[in-house]
Design a protein around this ligand. Structure first.
Ligand code: ZN
Length: 166
């Protein structure tokens, strides 16, 4: 009698675990294959407003750059900034967004925004692949929490993008 109950108990545990695994799988599948959840878009939009407010305060003007969220960025880079024919665009990597959203909000958006702003002001330098002292100060003035260069990553693109966005 006792062992029968135990058996049922374990069976229930296995079924419940299976349901959770399935749910998790479904959630990550639907995150990958669907447009970004509204809550994520809202957090990105709010942070952009915060960066623009810092810009207004510390530079006396505000300029908005397009932010494109894409899963086409190769590898696990958080984001990158491209400057092509005078067009400045910021890209954020959808593939790492779910696990690194707080970092993307606190650090990556101001990081890429300061690259974009220095391109706009024609003050980008090649020092440290674009991470000059001026870049770091700019990143801090835009409210960046972690204004360091990404390890071993090149995320400034000065020519044609190495991937297709759509
Ligand atoms: Zn950078």
């Amino acid at each position: 009698m006792f062992s029968k109950k135990l058996e049922l108990f374990f069976l229930a545990v296995i079924i419940i675990a299976g349901v959770f695994l399935g749910l998790n799988y479904y959630r990550s599948y639907s995150f990958k294959h669907n447009p970004l959840p509204k809550e994520y878009l809202q957090r990105i939009a709010n942070k952009e407003q915060d960066v623009l407010a810092h810009m207004q305060k510390n530079f006396g003007f505000r300029i908005k750059f397009p932010i494109i969220i894409t899963d086409k960025i190769p590898g696990r880079l958080y984001g990158l900034t491209s400057y092509e024919n005078g067009h400045i665009t910021i890209f954020l990597n959808k593939k790492v967004m779910k696990e690194s959203m707080n970092y993307i909000i606190d650090s990556v958006i101001p990081h890429e925004y300061s690259h974009a702003l220095l391109f706009y002001l024609h003050k980008n330098s090649n020092e440290n692949d674009g991470h000059s002292k001026l870049w770091q100060q700019t990143c801090q003035k835009l409210g960046g929490k972690d204004c360091r260069q990404y390890v071993d990553q090149k995320e400034i693109i000065l020519s044609k993008l190495p991937f297709r966005v759509q």
